[in-house]
Design a protein around this ligand. Sequence first.
Ligand code: ADP
Ligand code: 5GP
Length: 200
Amino acid sequence: MGGSLFVFSAPSGAGKTTITRRMVAEHPQLLLSISTTTRPIRAGEVDGEHYNFVSEARFRADIAAGCFLEWAEVHGNLYGSDAGWVDSALASGRDIIFDIDVQGGHQIHAARPETVLVLIVPPSWEALESRLRGRGTDNETVIRARLAAAKAELQDSQDYDVVIVNDDLQTALDAVRAVLRREHAVNGGRAVLDTLVKTG
Ligand code: ADP
Ligand code: 5GP
């Protein structure tokens, strides 16, 4: 019996890193998938903690070797989720949370249809822009590109299971907790049902 899979996607700056990190800190049985990326490391990031930072040659070799459960090009860089790590985390019964883009969410959902797809949206375009600037990690060109990409990303994510507005952070966190709780109760019920059927 494996755990549950939760994909969190959002336009860059909507707050999914803030939200997923908080959920992982609160729920010991929830593991965050650390992605592999070719993006240059940002100030304050730690290799192996925020991402596994690799060269493009290494990333392409890993694609050829079938190492990724999903991978995609996002904002000109490659990002992927490690299939072997996901399998072993699920085998140990842990739940996994992915902080990945919509293309990746769709790929994971295709491979594992029980995956819950959660979209975090900002309350407005103005709020998104001011958060991207406030974060202070990206230059003006990057911010413009991310705002343009956000529109396409929202259009592609209309089939997501749950949409949560991150306006007031505490309200958004409560909504996410409710999603995790509900899914967990469902899975707990399924495990008991399986056992009853097997032992009956
Ligand atoms: P993402 O991972 O989606 O790109 P982040 O989690 O890095 O977004 O958040 C972008 C910025 O917005 C950060 O500086 C973060 O502290 C801030 N932020 C997150 N949630 C809220 C919120 N509800 N209200 C105001 N600012 C927020
Ligand atoms: P950032 O470079 O700002 O950390 O992330 C840029 C975008 O890439 C975000 O939308 C993030 O969710 C997405 N991303 C991060 N890791 C992965 C991954 O493993 N796969 C996919 N498909 N997208 C990812």
